[in-house]
Design a protein around this ligand. Structure first.
Ligand code: C2E
Ligand code: MG
Length: 573
């Protein structure tokens, strides 16, 4: 009759009586195990420690009162059938036991009725549990997002409303941060929804590190999240938290062994000035989004630039960029770097191009912003580095022993410690002396996170490669910054050179940059030299090397060989 493998707790009986009870129950044709306990403290521990199906309690006015055990069961919060099995035939006592919370009261000796009672109560318990589970599930699905387990918008708003209702200090503020990212539709359509879901989950884990009782987080929908932060007291706090959110995506998300970079947009709204209710604050924070992109930008301030003609071209580019490396569509052009004193070519800068099957030869400005947005820049960068090392070795073998090659390194690449491994791997593979490889790192990148950049540059320098700061003069660096960087030179930004002769401001800036570099013993290269006038000026100012259309435009490998041949018989300038 009783179901098998029951675990019973028999309480308040002597060992002999418990054995007797168990053998009577065994006669009712069931398999069960039991534990016999008399002491209330032991009952408490058994309730927490054991898996129990039912409790059978003695009630004996002189030696054991079931009520203490029943109280212990209530305190434990467990839903376990509690049946009093007693000699006491008093109906009043039975009623009192039921009122106190016992599930049944059976007179001792009536084993079949006891077994039936246990059976019935077990069914009741499983019905109660199913009900609680269903209620919990419907509560969860109403209030929690199944993908991220984060509160949904409705629960978030309820919680925010509660916190706001308790605010008594009129000067107290709070901030709502509405967070979105741009790449979700692209990732869903290109890599599938499971990748999009994985990205949302990973982002939610990262965001969750800041969630607390006073800093609530919700997934509003899709790739939209929001924080309500009650821990802010002034605008500095508010901005600081926004920066912390932004930094959460400075490392890539790894999904199916692919690296994804995303850029967060954060719209901020402050209680009570920008809204007084939860839904109002959330809506206003979302509405501020387009305007905040420039204000609160991530380390990676790349946006998909308009690649020209029309948006369908851009969509085609997006989808074909993934295969550009596999299909061998990338190529390098090399632009000579000339020694100002000697006039000979001492090195070249490798500049990537994309030979698109439909659009022809594309210059970096047409596809690198997109590559940054999608994270493909890492693969493109690796390809460029490897190709440049292999070619530098070939030039060396054909007699240009000391011709160095410079490769541009993007912000995202510089953020990856793996860059050091890649550089080392490609140098070894090509058997190229490290001092023939120069890495060009843009000034703006170094300024954004100087400490990390310095560590990274030091790691690279230990390999023996040279590092120069590219596009110097964009206006970010301070002199003290330059001093701290382990660099071998700087390259002055094109735009300063362009108007050098006409614009006295530019002239002054260049003179200052050169003087500064000299004081730090750093060679200066001037880029973008197009006229003899510009070159003469830079010679006078003692620039070390120069690069520009005056000497040569970037050329393919074949034309570079011709230029290098030319070098043997004459000078470039
Ligand atoms: P950059 O590093 O400043 O490279 C020099 C750019 O200036 C090249 O443009 C070159 O063609 C152009 N240039 C050189 N001399 C002159 C001149 O006398 N006058 C004018 N008007 N322009 C001149 P390009 O090849 O279009 O490259 C543009 C930028 O794209 C590069 O600027 C660099 O930031 C980026 N880039 C190119 N290749 C790579 C690459 O392999 N990896 C990364 N991360 N970035 C790259
Ligand atoms: Mg460069």
């Amino acid at each position: 009759m009783l179901r098998n493998n029951l675990r019973l707790l028999i309480i308040g009986y002597s060992d002999t009586d418990a054995d007797l009870l168990s053998s009577e129950l065994a006669n009712v044709n069931s398999e069960f195990s039991y534990e016999c306990i008399r002491d209330v403290l032991d009952i408490r521990s058994a309730l927490y420690a054991s898996d129990l199906d039912a409790i059978i309690s003695n009630h004996d006015l002189t030696s054991f009162n079931y009520k203490d055990a029943l109280d212990a069961l209530k305190i434990s919060g467990r839903d376990i059938p509690f049946i009093v099995y007693s000699d006491n035939a008093d109906e009043k006592e039975a009623l009192s036991a039921i009122h106190s919370g016992a599930h049944d009261f059976v007179h001792k000796g009536n084993t079949i009725r006891l077994a039936l009672s246990i059976e019935r109560e077990l069914k009741n318990v499983s019905m109660r549990r199913a009900k609680v589970q269903a209620e919990t599930q419907s509560y969860r699905s109403a209030y929690f997002d199944p993908l991220t387990n984060l509160p949904k918008r409705n629960l978030f708003c309820e919680q925010v409303t509660e916190i706001l209702s308790k605010k008594t200090d009129a000067n107290s503020i709070a901030a709502v941060y509405f967070i979105t990212f741009d790449r979700l539709p692209y990732i869903n359509s290109t890599y599938g929804f499971s990748s999009g879901d994985a990205l949302i989950q990973q982002l939610s884990y990262r965001l969750s590190v800041y969630a607390s009782r006073s800093c609530l987080l919700t997934r509003v929908e899709g790739g939209k999240f929001a924080f309500f932060n009650d821990d802010v007291t002034d605008s500095e706090d508010i901005q600081h938290f926004a920066s912390r959110i932004m930094r959460l995506t400075s490392t890539p998300f790894i999904i199916n062994n692919l690296e994804f970079y995303i850029k967060l947009n954060v719209g901020i709204c402050v209680y009570p000035v920008d809204g007084e209710s939860a839904s109002n604050l959330l809506a206003n924070a979302e509405n501020t989004l387009p305007g905040t992109r420039a204000l609160f930008r991530t380390n990676y301030k790349y946006y998909i630039k308009d690649v020209g003609e029309d948006s369908s071209k851009r969509i085609k580019l997006e989808t074909s960029l993934r295969n550009a490396i596999i299909n061998n569509e990338l190529l390098l052009h090399y632009q000579p770097i000339v020694d100002v004193q000697e006039g000979n070519i001492t090195g070249v800068e490798a500049l990537v191009r994309w030979n698109h099957p439909e659009f022809g030869l594309l210059m970096p400005d047409k596809f690198l912003p997109l590559a940054h947005e999608t994270g493909f820049i890492v693969d493109i960068g690796k390809w460029v580095l490897r190709e440049a090392c292999i070619n530098a070795k070939l030039w060396q073998e054909s007699g240009h022993d000391s011709l160095s090659v410079a490769v541009n390194i993007s912000a995202i690449e510089l953020d990856q410690t793996r860059l050091i491994n890649h550089v080392s791997e490609y140098l070894t593979e090509a058997d190229l002396s490290p001092d023939l490889l120069t890495l060009e790192v843009t000034e703006s990148v170094l300024v954004q996170d100087a400490e990390t950049s310095i560590r990274m540059l030091q790691g690279l320098k230990e390999l023996g490669v040279k590092i120069i700061v590219d596009k110097f003069g964009e206006g970010y660096s301070s002199i003290s910054n330059l001093k701290r960087l382990p660099i071998d030179g700087i390259k002055i930004e094109h735009s300063f050179i362009r108007d050098i002769v006409k614009d006295p401001d530019n002239l002054g800036i260049i003179q200052a940059i050169i003087a500064l570099s000299r004081s730090l013993d750093l060679p200066v290269m001037a880029a973008g030299i197009e006229t003899k006038e510009q070159f003469d000026f830079l010679c006078e100012e003692q620039c070390t090397s120069a690069q520009g259309y005056l000497f040569s435009k970037p050329v393919n490998n074949e034309n570079l060989s011709l230029l290098l041949g030319h070098r043997k018989t004459g000078t470039m300038a």
